[in-house]
Design a protein around this ligand. Sequence first.
Ligand code: FES
Length: 101
Amino acid sequence: MNWIYVLDDAALLEGRMVPAYPIGVNVLLARVEGVVFAVSGRCAHMACPLFTGKLDGYTITCPCHDWQYDVRTGKFLDAPEIGLTNYSTKSEDGKVFVSLK
Ligand code: FES
């Protein structure tokens, strides 16, 4: 895997979401139960920025028309065949990395 640094581990608090743009790719980072997840930052419906939506447990709600996704998989809850690209993450030495592959 090709790991890309995205932010310091301490910058992402529990239950919060932040955007990141590793090599120009729009990624949404979220921490739930201490684990950092990464999915595409644009809604699969009409590309609204998901970081301005809500995170409740593992569910992201888009701010525009309330589509909901599982942050662990990126899947749209109403139709799992639709979804966000899901990226691998790792934390190391106080830093968070994402793999875009
Ligand atoms: S753009 Fe996200 S629900 Fe419509």
